[in-house]
Design a protein around this ligand. Sequence first.
Ligand code: ATP
Length: 369
Amino acid sequence: DAGGKPGFHKMNIELRDIVKRFGSLEAVSHVSLDVRDGELFTLLGPSGCGKTTILRLVGGFHNPDAGAVFFNDRDVTGIPPYERNIGMVFQNYALWPHMTIFDNVAYGLKIKKVPKGSIGERVSRALGLVNLEGLEKRYPGQLSGGQQQRVALARALVLNPDVLLLDEPLSNLDAKIRLQVRAEIRKLQKDLAITTVYVTHDQEEALTLSDRIAVIDKGKLQQVGTPWDLYERPANAFVADFIGINNLIPGQVREAAGAGEEITVGTEVGIFLCRSDVRLETGDPCVICVRPETASIGETESAPEDVNSMSGAVSFASFIGNAVRYDVEIGSGAIFRVDVQNPRNHKPYAIGEKVRVFFSTKTTLAIPA
Ligand code: ATP
């Protein structure tokens, strides 16, 4: 392999129209996905949305009721996990407490009847990858949570898997260690260029770690894209809300328009001109979405034709380094956030002050509710 991926093979994963039921519950509904060679692909969604079930379908721990799983061009549907050459890491580490770190990592190699002579070297190399050299003789109980999770990672990597499957690997770690192990996982995954599927319900974790993310709700795929795609062009209100985009205002399409033209949306706090990437019809419920850094704040009533505006009162102001952040109450308790860039040239507004907020129609996005 001259491709710079020592020990790992080129591996694309495809899920084709997968359905998985548990009794009457359809836990996974017609999900089709491609995971590309060498990428870190995240399944993101709330508890119970089906993320773990999809991961287990990739690993072969579940079989689908319909659809197929491909590893490269090989149909692996129905093939058990041990014939898929995967490495899996769980939330709770799942280390054997009565075995040393060495034996925990060596276990899979022994099962695979790897010659004794090379086991020591492979275990050392795997522990080196996760920066745990020298801890071979300890027991899991003598390590911190972050160290235990790195052992679990070494145990998965020692087998040179084609695919790494990580199920909420950071959620048992406390905040500071979580950030550290997260950065390590990212670096290791990139260095090894191992195709990785990662499960989390934490949007920030997903946005910072992933090459691409699939957002899932109630067993259905909502959107697949890069972190930037999801942030810039959320497909619907669920995605926008789940990934933490501010300034979502529910409304209804008053006037649909042709492709590329602006549509008119009525909301409780005003009527706005918006762009839309998907076709929305007159009467459709929708949500308008304005990013705080694209809005501005002022006192005048008048706005140019291509700028939306509405009135409110400042309810909170804070300095966030490169911007001043205002939360403006726009009626009925709803808050609209404005990040004023370049605060040096800016006269501050006081809490309670009546203001108008402005946002270009070009940066006002209408998405399906
Ligand atoms: P969490 O983050 O809470 O683990 P998840 O998104 O990973 O959630 P899944 O574990 O995939 O969700 O579960 C999806 C749905 O399927 C849930 O409603 C769950 O209760 C159900 N489910 C999962 N595994 C089984 C099973 N073996 N038998 C019956 N129902 C199951």
